[in-house]
Write a protein that binds this ligand. Structure first.
Ligand code: 13P
Length: 253
C-alpha cells in the first residue's frame, strides 16, 4: 500500500548520545502527530542503531533503518554487517544504493540487486535509491540512467517482492548542495518511474509503491514537493539532523 513516509539518513554523523537524544525528541514530536502523520524512518550509523532502537521503542509509526548492508548472510567479510545482524537490533529497513555508496564504494546495479535480495529474504524493507548525476542530466541521459538503475537492480523481483520496496529518487546534483530539484523536475522523474513499474508489473502495483524524493529537502520546500501526485515523501539528509526541522518536514503533507 502506498504510504506517506519521511526518512532521515543521518549518514556519518552523530555519536551514540546525540543519536539517542535526537531519536527521543523525534519520538516525542511524532507522538503529537497522531495517526494522521507519515511513517518516520530513522537511519543512524551502525554503532548507533541500538541507541535509536531503544529511543523509538513503542513509538507509533517510527521505524529503524540501516544505511547499508552486506549482501552475504555471514562470513569472512571484515568490517561488514549482515542482514541478520540488522534484524537482531530491530532494524526493519535498509537503505540500498545510496549515490554515496555508488560513488565512493563502487556499488553497481548488479551488486545492489544482490543486496536487495538479501534484505527481502530476511523480511526487511529495502529503500532503494537511484538518481542521475549533473553530467548525466546535462547530457539528457536522466531517464536512461534511471531506467537502468531500476531495471538492473529490481526488475528481476517478482510482483510480491517488488511491492515491498520503497523507492527513493535522489538526483546526485541535489544532494547536500542546497540545490533542490524543482517540484516539476522531481514529479517528472517520479511519474516516469511509476510508468516503468506499471509497464513491468501492472498499474495496481505501480500505484501502490511509495516513491520518495531526496536532495536538499527542507522544511521550507517539503510541502511543495510532497504535494506532487507521484511524490510520497522524502529521504532527508542534512535537515534530518535537527529535530524541529525534520519534524516540520514530517508535517508538510
Ligand atoms: P541532503 O538532504 O543533505 O541533500 O541529503 C539527501 C540524501 O542524500 C538523503 O539520503
Amino acid at each position: 500500500m502506498r504510504k506517506k513516509i519521511v526518512a532521515g539518513n543521518w549518514k556519518m554523523n552523530l555519536t551514540w548520545d546525540d543519536s539517542q537524544a535526537l531519536a527521543m525528541e523525534l519520538a516525542m514530536l511524532q507522538s503529537t502527530q497522531g495517526q494522521s502523520g507519515p511513517e518516520m524512518i530513522l537511519a543512524p550509523a551502525f554503532p548507533n542503531l541500538v541507541a535509536v532502537a531503544q529511543a523509538i521503542k513503542g513509538a507509533a509509526g517510527m521505524h529503524l533503518a540501516a544505511q547499508n548492508v552486506h549482501q552475504a548472510a555471514s562470513g569472512a567479510y571484515t568490517g561488514e554487517v549482515s542482514v541478520s545482524m540488522l534484524k537482531s537490533v530491530s532494524c526493519t529497513h535498509a537503505i540500498i544504493g545510496h549515490s554515496e555508496r555508488r560513488q565512493y564504494f563502487g556499488e553497481s546495479n548488479q551488486l545492489l540487486a544482490q543486496k536487495i535480495n538479501s534484505v527481502l529474504q530476511a523480511g526487511l524493507t529495502p529503500i532503494y535509491c537511484f538518481g542521475e548525476t549533473l553530467e548525466e542530466r546535462e547530457g539528457e541521459k536522466t531517464f536512461k540512467v534511471i531506467e537502468s538503475q531500476l531495471r538492473e537492480a529490481t526488475f528481476h523481483l517478482n510482483s510480491d517482492q517488488f511491492s515491498s520496496l520503497i523507492l527513493a529518487y535522489e538526483p546526485v546534483w541535489a544532494i547536500g548542495t542546497g540545490k533542490t530539484a524543482t517540484p516539476e523536475q522531481a514529479q517528472e522523474v517520479h511519474a516516469f518511474v511509476r510508468k516503468l513499474i506499471a509497464d513491468q508489473f501492472g498499474t495496481a502495483l505501480a500505484d501502490g509503491v511509495s516513491i520518495l524524493y531526496g536532495g536538499s529537502v527542507k522544511a521550507d520546500n517539503a510541502k511543495e514537493l510532497f504535494s506532487q501526485p507521484d511524490i510520497d515523501g522524502g529521504l532527508v539528509g542534512g535537515a534530518s539532523l535537527k529535530a524541529s526541522e525534520f519534524a516540520a518536514i514530517a508535517r508538510s503533507f
